[in-house]
Write a protein that binds this ligand. Structure first.
Ligand code: PLP
Length: 437
């Protein structure tokens, strides 16, 4: 498929040939592969600044991947880069506590109402894994409710009907995850409280936690319907179950104080990643001290990490959250988001392509459908995936980098200025024409 297109260019193709010899599938995370958009070499990146990313062939793109979420300030934000450089000169990591960890933990707990205490980890996957172990240890129960199409990283127990990469590859579970490991994982339907009530009717007092993406961002972008998150809170309260918000993607993106502030629903435990590390490998789990103190060394639930609280990650996270905390980043993004989404919809209409966008805060999704709104996973799956693939390549050939799968959300940063948005809409004009052809 990629050979019919102008991009990726020869250097990316050559690197992909080499990469496939030394790395499974040529990529270090399946979401970067082009399997979901017809296959072939992905674009290999050389550098990025602001809203723009440059590939190894020298092609420039307006970037809506933003490192799959972290880059809300834009790439190579000067304050973040400076903070990392300064810290690197002082030593890379120590295996002993630093003031940076304290500073980032304080910042997170100031910004996120439900969080008093934070444990730093190295990725969103680790944050999700720690969150469910904590919930199980704290409640003394084993079962977890998750939602089809929600993705919580490659945690064994949560890799059931997951979104993102597994969805793109059509993998309902994964070989290598024994049935015994997922026998306590109950899968409900996102935005459908009845399916959650059914699980609780059968297993109510065995359920340690409900784990949910407050905006589902791994089955395209599906915000919660009115009452869904509130309903989950009520069910959890009625059964002594912990409500875990996986805010790895939504945290500090949907709202400066996370999706929980945007929707006004308070979880017991929050998993964070992506923006919290400003582009470095950082995750975090937070909640009230009464729950968090269950973790070692205060409590009996074991969790650890040689590089956890890594100084460079902490420095990048602090430099990022410090800019987000006064709300100015989100205020700046809001009008750009409206211009972009309205502009895309208008161009689709001009070309007669059934299309709509939906989103929350600084993330949105593109849907090739006649529907006005998509709220459930089966509706996402019913969208025209072929049209997305044609649109994706039309955008890539015309200088816009979207995630290479119909099941990923798109991310806008503070650096997406008028020029970037105009360039995007000009490319969309051509890409929608290709979809309509
Ligand atoms: N949880 C959510 C909601 C995510 O979107 C992701 C990654 O996309 C993860 C967890 C896993 O994070 P990581 O890829 O950093 O392990």
């Amino acid at each position: 498929m990629s050979s019919q297109h102008a991009r990726p260019g020869p250097r990316s193709i050559e690197l992909f040939d080499r990469a496939r010899r030394f790395t499974p599938g040529g990529v270090n995370s399946p979401a970067r592969a082009f399997n979901g958009v017809g296959g072939g070499a992905p674009v290999f990146i050389d550098r990025a600044r602001g809203a723009w990313i440059t590939d190894v062939d020298g092609n420039e793109y307006v970037d809506y991947v933003g490192s799959f979420g972290p880059m809300i300030l834009g790439h190579a934000d000067p304050a973040v880069v400076e903070a990392v450089q300064k810290q690197a000169a002082k030593g890379l990591s120590f295996g002993a506590p630093t003031g940076l960890e304290v500073e980032l933990a304080e910042l997170i707990s100031t910004m996120v109402d439900s969080i008093e205490s934070v444990r730093m980890v190295n990725s969103g996957t680790e944050a999700a894994m720690t969150a469910i172990r904590l919930a199980r240890g704290h409640t003394g129960r084993n079962k977890i409710v998750k939602f089809a199409g929600n993705y919580h990283g490659h945690v064994d127990a949560l890799l059931v009907n997951a979104g993102s990469g597994p969805l793109t590859l059509g993998i309902p579970g994964s070989p290598g995850v024994p049935a015994s490991v997922v026998e306590d994982t109950l899968v409900a339907t996102y935005n459908d409280l009845e399916s959650v009530k059914t699980a609780f009717a059968e297993h109510g007092d065995e359920i340690a936690a409900i784990m949910v993406e407050p905006v589902a961002g791994n089955m395209n972008c599906v915000p919660p319907v009115d009452g869904f998150l509130e309903g989950l809170r009520e069910i959890c309260d009625a059964h002594g179950t912990l409500l875990i918000f996986d805010e790895v993607m939504t945290g500090f993106r949907v709202h400066p104080n996370c999706a929980q502030a945007y929707f006004g629903v308070t979880p017991d435990v929050t998993a964070l990643g992506k923006i919290v590390g400003g582009g470095m490998p950082v995750g975090a789990v937070g909640g009230p001290a009464s729950v968090m103190e269950t973790l070692a060394p205060s409590g009996p639930v074991y969790q650890a990490g040689t590089l956890s609280g890594h100084p460079l990650g902490m420095a990048a996270g602090i430099a990022t959250l410090e800019q987000i905390r006064d709300g100015s980043v989100h205020a700046a993004i809001e009008p750009k988001m409206t211009a972009l989404r309205d502009g895309l919809a208008a161009r689709a209409r001009q070309h007669g392509v059934p299309f709509m966008t939906q989103g929350a805060g600084a993330m949105f999704g593109m849907f090739f459908t006649e529907a006005e709104r998509v709220t459930r996973f089966d509706e996402v799956a019913a969208c025209d995936l072929d049209a997305f693939t044609r649109f994706f390549h039309g955008m890539l050939d015309n200088g816009v980098y979207l995630a290479p799968a119909a099941f990923e959300a798109a991310f806008v940063s503070r650096a997406h200025d008028e020029e970037a948005i105009e360039a995007t809409l000009a490319a969309a004009d051509k890409a929608f024409a290709a979809v309509a052809a």
